[in-house]
Design a protein around this ligand. Structure first.
Ligand SMILES: Nc1ncnc2c1ncn2[C@@H]1O[C@H](COP(=O)(O)OP(=O)(O)O)[C@@H](O)[C@H]1O
Ligand SMILES: [Mg+2]
Length: 325
């Protein structure tokens, strides 16, 4: 939805992401137009908050099919961004046995109980929820212990029970439940998507990830999840220009999904993964961090990007080129 607070309603000179900006694909937009380079600044500096659209809790599964494309990174950074915008968020690590959302959020030492134990009656559900000390409106819920084999009882019904319990908490339902889905399309995937009403499909611009993403899109639709938006992760404009990487527009054409965000390949992501400190908290902000903040903004407003273009280095070619150019 369009709002005066929408990040892309800022005038070009105030654009928070000078190198990664939306424009329509209208050819009348001159390729000689230039943004004045400005320092990268966090969306939070505007002291505004996106308008929350849709019924709460918004239950969103972050999925991909293929492993290693950035689902957990996306869940952590979108979760922290939404919490910083002032929304209450429960991030659920539904990757049984290979959980790592706790590591990315730097909360691994504080996970005592899991949802599986709450389901068994060994603890209360709120004991399994780990509140982030930095952003108290963010909570983490792991469904099982690392490397444990999840009991068969913890299937789609169990996760739906967990989400229903969150919905009827005495403190009120959270604004968002983000479910970090395991790779693959087997039992873990079926469990993770069961309570979701919407999905964020994370893909990288390569043919294997795209094939899996396409398969997953079909499965989500079969499950009744029609609100599917995609994040294209690890985009490298140098490779796109050299025609060594698929452009975001190619990806969009292949998958036919609305675009929630485009995240550049950024060494800062790996550094922050290893430090257990979500990228969006870094100061000064990184390009990938800002791209996640913007994706979180769009998710809250149920908005999407129309098209993406990249500013090329003026010395090299001196014009803007579209990711899909
Ligand atoms: N935009 C990015 N730039 C650089 N590295 C990234 C980016 N996104 C993810 N990664 C790295 O890719 C690896 C896999 O990411 P992860 O979020 O764990 O994927 P998944 O949950 O889909 O298996 C991690 O080491 C992470 O740091
Ligand atoms: Mg993961």
């Amino acid at each position: 939805m369009a709002s005066s607070l929408h990040p892309y309603s800022f005038p070009a000179s105030f654009h928070p992401l000078p190198h990664l900006s939306t424009r329509s694909l209208n050819p009348r937009h001159s390729n000689r137009t230039r943004f004045t380079p400005i320092p990268i600044r966090s969306m939070l500096q505007w002291n505004r908050k996106p308008e929350l659209s849709g019924e709460t809790p918004r239950v969103v599964v972050i999925t991909s099919g293929k492993g290693g494309v950035g689902k957990t990174t996306t869940t952590a950074n979108i979760g922290v961004s939404l919490a910083r915008y002032g929304f209450s968020v429960v991030a659920v690590d539904a990757d049984a046995g290979l959980r790592n959302l706790d590591l990315l959020l730097g909360l691994e030492s504080r996970v005592v109980y899991t949802a599986a134990e709450a389901l068994n009656g060994d603890c209360r559900l709120d004991q399994a929820l780990v509140r982030d000390r930095r952003w108290s409106s963010l909570e983490l819920l792991c469904i099982s212990r690392p490397r444990s084999k999840l009991s068969l009882a913890f299937g789609p019904k169990a996760l739906t029970w967990v989400v229903d319990a969150l919905r009827s908490r005495s403190s009120g339902p959270p604004d968002f439940v983000l479910i970090d889905c395991p790779a693959g399309i087997d039992a873990g995937f079926v469990t993770a998507i069961a309570p979701a009403h919407e999905a964020v499909l994370v893909t990288t611009p390569d043919i294997t990830a795209l094939r899996d993403a396409d398969r997953v899109t079909g499965l989500l639709e079969c499950d009744g999840i029609r609100d599917i938006k995609m994040i294209v992760n690890r985009v490298r404009t140098d490779l796109i220009r050299g025609e060594d990487m698929m452009s975001v527009l190619d990806v969009q054409e292949m998958l036919g999904l609305a675009l929630l965000g485009v995240i550049p390949d950024d060494a800062e992501v790996i550094k922050s993964t290893n430090r257990g400190y979500p990228l969006v908290l870094n100061q000064p902000p990184s390009m990938a961090g800002l791209a996640f903040e913007q994706a979180a903004w769009r998710l809250a407003e149920q908005d999407s990007m129309k098209a993406v273009m990249v500013e090329e280095e003026p010395k090299k070619r001196g014009f803007f080129s579209f990711f899909g150019g």
